[in-house]
Write a protein that binds this ligand. Structure first.
Ligand code: NAP
Length: 370
């Protein structure tokens, strides 16, 4: 009999990428699908899967409970409201979620199967039913450097991040483009004029960035032609929550003991949907660079080692080059002048794919045994 799968949050940003990937991989085939909505119950569902009826109310616990699995990209508030009610009435199906709400719960697993398939399989054997996608930055870092952690070579990691607008949400992504358009309108003509003094162009842009005319409703500060070194809310120790997730989620994801220390600064930049990270990796010993490259190359099918040359870096290791692809770029790899046990690397990955939708898509297939 076909497995019954409920899909919630399919029309949001992460949900749309999930639908796109499921279609590309023919995942809808062989499933009995119901699409839910928190706001559009009764309206026609997506035209992506044959046989799916109109949208069902996503708060209808009875309806959700008839499914073998619920996949949600709806958000943390929805998870907090619906998941406990569903479990309280005895539903023991699989809950697969892109939101962070359940990530650190004892009876959940953070899914990223190319790096933690063993943890997922063990959890399935133990009867765990909640499988949660990880923080985008953590997942993208692990896709790039898990090969080194797996070898037992890593003492600690710092990540300085360059995170895209998409990680903040759809409205923020649009606001970035609006800011770019405003800057273009104010200074584009002079910038294109080779004879115009550059400092006039610069001062026009700087004035706009500091004026009340620039749209900053979503970000609260200019992002275009600037950056924002703060993501998510403050923690008591001075970290932001995004920075806190680095160590907390990475260690839970890999089920590490003793803990691998991870810390850094998380920064929003004007990229559209790729997160980049400048990593400093303290090695436990002086591992030759050729061994490091080999371990990275063989760690999964998506990691792409980019030679440490200007030409290769400009062509292959930028958000512009990697956006929309499952490839995880890692380059600028070298031993640091700090010592031969200090490695630096730069990684780029699409935060809507491996950072959000892809681990969730693959988790559904794994828990359903497909
Ligand atoms: P989103 O785009 O805001 O979509 C969430 C929901 O908003 C939709 O499912 C839809 O629900 C509703 N909605 C209202 N108006 C809409 C419109 N005009 N177009 C589309 N949907 C609309 O949220 P998201 O960025 O995909 O994030 C979903 C969850 O994934 C969050 O928990 C987030 O933290 C997590 N996550 C996000 C990222 C990321 O990069 N953004 C990465 C990892 C995890 P109804 O159909 O029920 O109205």
């Amino acid at each position: 009999m076909k497995k019954k799968v409920a899909i919630v949050g399919w029309r949001g940003m992460v949900g749309s990428v999930l639908m796109q990937r499921m279609r590309e991989e023919n995942d809808f085939e062989g499933l009995d699908l119901t699409f839910f909505s928190t706001s559009q119950a009764g309206q026609p569902g997506p035209a992506i899967a044959s046989g799916a009826g109109p949208l069902v109310d996503a708060f209808d616990i009875e309806a959700l409970a008839t499914h073998d699995a619920v996949v949600t990209c709806q958000g943390g508030d929805y998870t907090k409201e619906v998941h406990p009610r569903l479990r309280a009435q005895g539903w023991d199906g699989y809950w697969i979620d892109a939101a962070s709400a359940l990530r650190m719960e004892d009876n959940s697993v953070i899914v990223l199967d190319p790096v933690n398939r063993d943890v997922i399989d063990r959890a399935l054997d133990q009867g765990i039913k909640d499988f949660i996608g990880g923080n985008c930055t953590v997942s993208l870092m692990l896709m790039a450097v898990h090969g080194l952690i797996q070898q037992g070579w890593v003492e600690w990691i710092t990540a300085m991040t360059y995170q895209s607008a998409s990680g903040a949400g759809a409205a923020q992504m649009k606001e970035l483009v609006v800011q770019m358009a405003q800057i273009g309108a104010a200074a584009g003509g002079a910038a294109a004029d080779a004879q115009a003094p550059v400092l006039e162009v610069e001062s026009t842009v700087s004035e706009l960035l500091r004026s009340a005319d620039l749209q900053i409703t979503q970000f609260g500060a200019p992002l275009a032609a600037s950056l924002i070194p703060w993501i998510d809310r403050a923690m008591e120790n001075g970290q932001t929550r995004e920075e806190w997730k680095g160590q907390a989620e990475l260690n839970k994801m890999l089920s590490l003991d003793p803990l691998l220390p991870v810390d850094g600064q998380c920064v929003r930049v004007g990229a559209m949907r790729c997160h980049s990270q400048g990593l400093t990796i303290k090695l436990k010993r002086d591992v030759p660079l050729t061994d490091i490259e080999a371990a990275i190359r063989k760690s999964n099918d998506w990691v792409r080692l980019v030679p440490n040359t200007k030409e290769a870096t400009l062509q292959q290791l930028t958000p512009a080059a990697i956006s929309g692809q499952l490839d995880i770029g890692i380059g600028r790899l070298r031993k640091m002048t700090l010592g031969d046990d200090y490695l630096t690397a730069f990684t780029v990955g699409d935060q809507l794919l491996w950072g959000a939708a892809e681990p969730v898509r693959r988790a559904l297939n794994i828990v359903l045994g497909r």
